[in-house]
Design a protein around this ligand. Structure first.
Ligand code: ZN
Length: 130
């Protein structure tokens, strides 16, 4: 996940607590957020943590609006960032956190508290279930 920090130098990622399977998702999400921030110029994002909670991605962040800035532009930027975060969090529920596949995803339940595909699940729990 260090790759993400190297790629988006203007955003600080202090804590990334999810597995590499979600890298592609985070990469495309932060790419669009970065574009929006670059156009707005007066909004700054600060990411406090990126976690995996009950099989879904959770990004904790705050957006600061610096002055002088055009309020309309900043509101638009804020809305765009929120929409992107929301769609990343929704999409994560269908992407294996371990390998990144969207095939054979098991629904998080008592056995798998994370979003994981069948092969990854069987690999990591071999001999423990049934
Ligand atoms: Zn997998």
């Amino acid at each position: 996940m260090q790759k993400l920090q190297d790629k988006y130098e203007n955003i600080t990622f202090p804590k990334i607590e999810c597995k590499d399977g979600w890298y592609g998702l985070l990469d495309s999400g932060f790419r669009s957020i970065n574009t929006s921030l670059a156009m707005c110029l007066t909004c700054k994002i600060s990411v406090s943590s990126i976690q995996s909670k009950y099989g879904a991605l959770r990004v904790f962040y705050s957006l600061s609006k610096e002055s002088p800035g055009r309020e309309e532009e900043q509101d638009e930027c804020e809305g765009y960032v929120l929409d992107t975060m929301t769609s990343m969090e929704e999409a994560s529920q269908y992407i294996c956190e371990t390998c990144g596949t969207t095939f054979n995803i098991l629904t998080p339940d008592g056995y798998a508290l994370e979003t994981i595909c069948k092969p990854c699940h069987e690999g990591s729990h071999k001999g423990r279930l049934h």
